[in-house]
Design a protein around this ligand. Sequence first.
Ligand SMILES: CCCCCCCCCCCCCCCC(=O)SCCNC(=O)CCNC(=O)[C@H](O)C(C)(C)COP(=O)(O)OP(=O)(O)OC[C@H]1O[C@@H](n2cnc3c(N)ncnc32)[C@H](O)[C@@H]1OP(=O)(O)O
Length: 154
Amino acid sequence: MKAIQLHYPPEWAHCYGCGYLNPMGLHLQTYWNRERKESRTAFTPSPHHTAIPGFVYGGLLASLVDCHATATAAAAKADAEGLDLEKTPLRFVTASLKVDYLKPTPLGPELVLVGRAREVKGRKVVVEAEVYAGEALTVRGEAVLVQITEGFGG
Ligand SMILES: CCCCCCCCCCCCCCCC(=O)SCCNC(=O)CCNC(=O)[C@H](O)C(C)(C)COP(=O)(O)OP(=O)(O)OC[C@H]1O[C@@H](n2cnc3c(N)ncnc32)[C@H](O)[C@@H]1OP(=O)(O)O
């Protein structure tokens, strides 16, 4: 299965969090499970992602939630409308991002993010995401993603 971000056309592939053309980026790759209506990604923070020694920087965790939510929105909307992302790219940007840090996230183990669309309505998708370190749920996020159809920032 191909990651959702690998469907992005080159002009949308420079994102710091998930763009495959950003050499300094995190290269997050999100996968959509059609049966479970759920997205997943994994990321292993590096030592320079430290907040307090031994624990992951919260801004990085917010970035992971952000990019995972963006891809989840595209997949959920495509799923809801029976679209093929490869043929019909859906461009979502983040309108709102909320992150709750439930407990410190240990630096070292691989982190797993799970995402679900709580609402798919018009151009808006509301995504809930969870970050797990092993069995421990350490972060819960919620994002509002809005689909853009033309240029961005005009
Ligand atoms: C697979 C193939 C893909 C192909 C290709 C994909 C490319 C995949 C991108 C890659 C890249 C990743 C990117 C990472 C995520 C970023 O980092 S994106 C960068 C950070 N985000 C930004 O800079 C966004 C800046 N903001 C804006 O441009 C505009 O405010 C927005 C978000 C486009 C919304 O403006 P608008 O189009 O005028 O929206 P508007 O009609 O007012 O609202 C639409 C709906 O959203 C709601 N809404 C709008 N703003 C908010 C808000 N702040 N809070 C709550 N709700 C809101 C509205 O209430 C409305 O809801 P309904 O009334 O329909 O229920």
